[in-house]
Ligand binder design. Structure first.
Ligand code: 2ND
Ligand code: ZN
Length: 360
């Protein structure tokens, strides 16, 4: 069969992949949303699963992060009971395993799932139940951990950070902040980040997506982020001259020198306007400059994507082959929030042998 892109789709799916940035409430199956909405009487913009899938993709294609985020009302709205959360979490793991993901950190904001009376603890327990069921059903071909997100426009970051620590040995690998970036700098939550650092924990911060360098600078230099969610706008601190030589500003140099991972999400970045197109995505420049770039899905529902599809788009746009895909995958595995020995084992026993076996 002719490959549709630079690398054949079936092999892109089979390749072991690592996913660090994927929202649980951005990855529901459309048919599941229809089922869950019917159970609780939640009104949807479309009641047919295919039409609903199209609605999400089109509504999220807004060019603005704020409008993109409005679509989550219809996913969060149906994720308010323990059984719904468990189902969504289990299906998430099944879908990722079917796409060849071998390790994933899935994030969600517990504070968004308490509208019908669940406690924060019960939200995490329900998601953990679904992850455990999904991993078992996949024959342990995939490892999934939670990242607990606090919403920037709310004021519960400290509580959520404490929840992440309480669950650190029961599936939670770290913490994140998400939501509208402009007007909500990460320093508003400095107490939560300092608490996590004192607890020897890990966190990532959405930064450099809906706002520029000041947001990245605060995330790195004030808050101590281990990784950057997106971080696309770090290119604003890089100048490429007519001869194609790149000059890095001090912040860009720092991010590269410290090997701070960038959780890049190509399709999502085009939808929110953080990147003009896949072909012009800063990922290519940043990867060529050897930043610690990783490839992610962000919201598979809103972007109608999968991790293999994101890699497919990059192979098509930039001519990437197995060597680049392996580099990006090992970058992601090195940047995960699980212990070093577990990361090392996945790299040496699962990832490297598979890529070594491909004809290049
Ligand atoms: O790309 C994003 N940037 C900022 N916030 C986001 C993004 N994708 C999802 N979110 C928000 C909406 C979800 O309800 C929340 C928790 O997953 O995180
Ligand atoms: Zn995100």
């Amino acid at each position: 069969m002719e490959p549709t892109r630079g690398l054949p789709d079936d092999l892109l799916r089979a390749a072991p992949k690592v996913l660090l940035h994927d929202h649980l409430d951005g990855g529901l199956r459309p048919a599941t949303i229809v089922d869950l909405a019917a159970e609780i009487g939640h009104e949807l913009p479309e009641t047919d699963a295919d039409a609903l899938a199209t609605w999400f993709a089109e509504a999220a294609d807004s060019g603005s992060l704020e409008r993109y985020l409005e679509t989550f009302a219809h996913t969060v709205g149906v994720m308010q009971t323990a059984s719904a959360l468990t189902r969504v979490a289990r299906e998430c793991v099944e879908d990722l395993a079917a796409d060849g993901v071998v390790y994933a950190e899935i994030r969600y904001a517990p504070e968004l799932h308490v509208e019908s009376g669940l406690e924060l603890e019960e939200v995490v327990a329900a998601v953990q139940q679904g992850f455990a069921e999904g991993m078992a059903a996949a024959g342990d071909r995939i490892i999934v951990r939670h990242l607990l997100t606090a919403m920037r426009q709310a004021a519960r970051a400290m509580e959520i950070a404490e929840l992440a620590i309480a669950w650190r040995d029961r599936g939670v690998a770290g913490f994140d902040i998400a939501g509208p970036e402009a007007g909500y700098p990460p320093t508003r939550f400095i107490d939560a980040f300092e608490y996590l650092q004192r607890e020897n924990s890990h966190f990532t911060i959405h930064a450099g997506e809906g706002f520029g360098l000041p947001s990245i600078w605060e995330a790195v230099q004030w808050c101590g982020a281990d990784r950057l969610g997106h971080g696309v706008r770090i290119v604003d601190d890089i100048k490429v001259d007519d001869a194609g030589v790149a000059q890095l500003g001090r912040l860009a140099s720092y991010v590269r020198d410290k090997r701070i991972p960038l959780e890049m999400c190509p399709s999502s970045n085009v939808q929110t306007g953080a990147a003009p197109s896949i072909a012009e995505h800063p990922l290519k420049l940043l990867a060529s400059l050897r930043f610690r770039v990783t490839v992610n899905t962000d919201n598979r529902l809103m972007s109608r994507t999968s991790l293999s599809q994101e890699f497919g788009l990059l192979t098509e746009a930039f001519g990437y082959g197995w060597a680049e895909m392996e580099w990006l995958t090992v970058n992601a595995m090195k940047s995960a929030f699980i212990p070093y020995d577990e990361r090392y084992r996945l790299i040496t026993e699962t990832i490297k042998p598979w890529y070594a076996a491909q004809v290049r």
